[in-house]
Ligand binder design. Structure first.
Ligand code: A3P
Length: 275
């Protein structure tokens, strides 16, 4: 188990807090938590457990790079630290700020079929409202403009799923080779091949194996096995049941995302079977 280091361990093993050499920059609801936790199975990877929100939050950013480093876990010098903050992907200022820290950093983006992602995003917000006993709009009324009957591009869950628009902003700073796109739909159904592609992208030896991942039928998801005594599934908030969405709205959204998806495939060189 890779837990928190004790003071004794820090001194004995010369543990250090290192700036991340790779960041999962998004996409919200793409499977960012699952990706981080699964990569953490690798002995050369150390994760920052919390979302740090250093680059997207002006107040945090003003605290400076040493504050950021201080949020990182202790690790051995050869290990690589990874953090995830999905808001990075869609926040205007972030690419330039990350570039200023490390222009050769590796950037991971995990995506899902855009309409599914939008519904997942909605479901998370809905759950937050329900917890506060508030009522909330139906997904259909947020995603479709009542006057024009067209897709409402002002709705954040729609905008976040226009992956190419966001990526294009990042490409003003980083070459496309510095990004790796993870298929979030496949990470759900068959995670190992996706993780092996990431290992290769990070120049790590292939160390995550089928042993580390087992399907938990009760949970309906893959869970993580670190070793003979320690395994875990993600929190119950990962893998929510989505509300049923009117089929005509789903189709409208899929048609809307289609040209943006084509552009995304073209730029990234990774094609998905999205409708
Ligand atoms: P849903 O709640 O829509 O099913 P994020 O961590 O970026 O918020 O993404 C959450 C999504 O991760 C969940 O979306 C879930 O489908 C997906 N996921 C992928 N692998 C998972 C796993 N092994 N356990 C739980 N959720 C997983």
């Amino acid at each position: 188990r890779k837990g928190n280091a004790t003071k004794e361990q820090i001194r004995l093993h010369n543990l250090v807090q290192q700036l991340p050499r790779a960041i999962i920059i998004g996409v919200r609801k793409g499977g960012t938590r699952a990706l981080l936790e699964m990569l953490n199975l690798h002995p050369a990877v150390v994760k920052a457990s919390q979302e740090i929100h250093f680059f997207d939050n002006d107040k945090n950013y003003a605290r400076g790079i040493d504050w950021y480093r201080g949020k990182m876990p202790f690790s051995l010098p050869h290990q690589i630290t990874i953090e995830k903050s999905p808001a990075y992907f869609i926040t205007e200022e972030v690419p330039e700020r990350i570039f200023k820290m490390n222009s050769s950093i590796k950037l991971l983006i995990i995506v899902r079929e855009p309409t599914t992602r939008a519904v997942s995003d909605y479901t998370q917000v809905l759950e937050g409202k329900e917890r506060k006993n508030k009522t909330y709009h139906k997904f259909e009324s947020l995603a479709i403009d009542a006057n024009t009957c067209e897709v409402n591009t002002k709705y954040k869950a729609v905008r976040t799923s226009i992956y190419t628009k966001h990526l294009e902003r990042w490409l003003k700073y980083f070459p496309v080779e510095q990004f790796h796109i993870v298929d979030g739909d496949r990470l759900i159904t068959d995670p190992l091949p996706e993780l092996q592609l990431v290992e290769r992208f990070l120049n790590l030896p292939s160390r995550i194996s089928q042993y580390n991942l087992y399907f938990n039928a009760t949970r309906g998801f893959f869970c993580l096995r670190f070793n003979i005594v320690f395994n875990k599934c993600l929190a119950g908030s990962k893998g929510r049941i989505h509300p049923e969405v009117d089929l005509s709205v789903v189709t409208k959204l899929q048609r809307f995302f289609h040209p943006f998806n084509q552009k995304f495939y073209q730029i990234t060189g990774r094609t998905f079977n999205w409708p």
